[in-house]
Design a protein around this ligand. Structure first.
Ligand code: IPM
Ligand code: MG
Length: 378
């Protein structure tokens, strides 16, 4: 099985290396052969080829059974007025591979709750999935910047077609059916035409094809509030591209750290999704901590679990990785983003090693992990 690795920028290379280590351990333990091949994307690709998504990287992903991506972007390429930007590489690969469905699970784990600003009893049992539409909406519409009499005018077009809404609602409703049967569709139908289409299509698809699924519509501003106020009431949420981008960063605060959050981007296939997907933590490139082994590798490692499940069809292996992550968090092997003041800070590669040990069922040995503690910055 071929796995394309796109480390990208900032902490991307460190977290992708962590993911690879875990996948190699899975291959060895379960008797698989994974072939890894690396490609350039984002800022580093701009530096080396002038393009955020070189053709070679696109071809590599087309040939692969699954793609693991780190993160793109950084202040070096954040030049106002720049014609090429690292983020274009990420948007382009999602689009080129037809990956319209982005699954972003949100879970609260007891041992990580100290890092969240909420009371633990408010968060216990929070476990939902946001299904974000990934290849439509305002991120992909026409963009224009023009001169007007008193300055400039910028325009970003947001559009959705019936077919684009139908296919993402089907993914979400299928997922809802396998969970509680409750689906919340988030839009801004009191203002936006795209949202009114979204709401109509979602209502019809669920009524016609998923009569057993209970659909509730919610305005995005209300949803932003309820995610904080009543996080336990959500199970599966489906929404358009930009709302999903924003709401999942918000939801990360519930989990304790955005560094814990994985994602799977999937496309159309025979079932509700195809086998080849792109898997990436939802965090950014965190240039301020890059290269220091301080990044939380768990978002990337849980993305590998999703890769095993959705692209390689290896459910037991996915489960083993998820269990090892749970055990490692419970054992207190936490990177700086999750440790409370004065707590032990464990390095990226040490958290990864603990997860690999946990794969074999061993309780992670924390002694070596704490041999070189790092100080959390005040
Ligand atoms: C994400 C990121 C990206 C997005 C950026 C880097 C283009 O914020 O994956 O959530 O908006 O999709
Ligand atoms: Mg985002």
């Amino acid at each position: 099985m071929r796995i394309a690795l796109l480390p990208g920028d900032g902490i991307g290379p460190e977290v992708v290396a962590a993911g690879r280590t875990v996948l190699e351990a899975v291959a060895e333990r379960f008797g698989h052969r994974f072939e890894f091949e690396e490609g350039l994307i984002g800022g580093i690709a701009i530096d080396e080829t002038g393009r955020p998504l070189p053709e070679r990287t696109h071809e590599l992903c087309e040939r692969a059974d699954a793609v693991l991506l780190g993160a793109v972007g950084g202040p070096r390429w954040d030049v106002p007025g720049a014609a090429v930007r690292p983020e274009q590489g990420l948007l382009a690969i999602r689009r080129a591979l037809g990956l319209f469905a982005n699954l972003r699970p949100v879970r609260c784990r007891a041992a990580a709750l100290g890092a969240s600003p909420f009371r633990p009893e408010h968060l216990a049992g929070v476990d939902f999935v946001v299904v974000r539409e990934l290849t439509g909406g305002i991120y992909f519409g026409d963009k224009r910047l023009e001169a007007v009499v008193d300055g400039e005018r910028a325009t970003d077009v947001c559009s959705y077609t019936t077919a684009e809404v139908e296919r993402i609602v089907r993914v979400a409703a299928t997922l809802a059916r396998s969970r509680s049967g409750c689906l919340v569709s988030v839009d801004k139908a009191n203002v936006l035409e795209t949202s009114r289409l979204w709401r109509r299509v979602a209502t019809r698809v669920v009524a016609d094809e998923y009569p057993d699924v209970e659909l509730q519509h919610m305005l995005v501003d209300t949803c932003a509030m309820k995610i904080i106020q009543q996080p336990r009431t959500f199970d599966v949420v489906v929404t358009e591209n930009m709302f999903g981008d924003i709401l999942t960063d918000e939801a990360a605060v519930l989990a304790g750290s955005i560094g814990l959050m994985p994602s799977a981007s999937l496309g159309a296939g025979n079932g509700p999704w195809t086998r080849r997907g792109l898997f990436e933590p939802i965090h950014g490139s965190a240039p301020d901590i890059a290269g220091q082994q301080r990044a939380n590798p768990i978002g990337a490692i849980l993305s590998c679990a999703m890769l095993l499940r959705y692209s390689l069809g290896l459910e037991a292996e996915a489960h083993a990785v998820e269990n090892a992550v749970e055990r490692t968090i419970e054992a207190g092997a936490l990177t700086a983003d999750l440790t409370v003041a004065g707590g032990r800070v464990v390095r990226t590669d040490e958290v990864t090693a603990a997860i690999v040990a946990g794969l074999g069922g061993a309780v992670p040995d924390l002694a070596p992990a704490c041999a070189r503690p790092l100080r959390r910055e005040e």
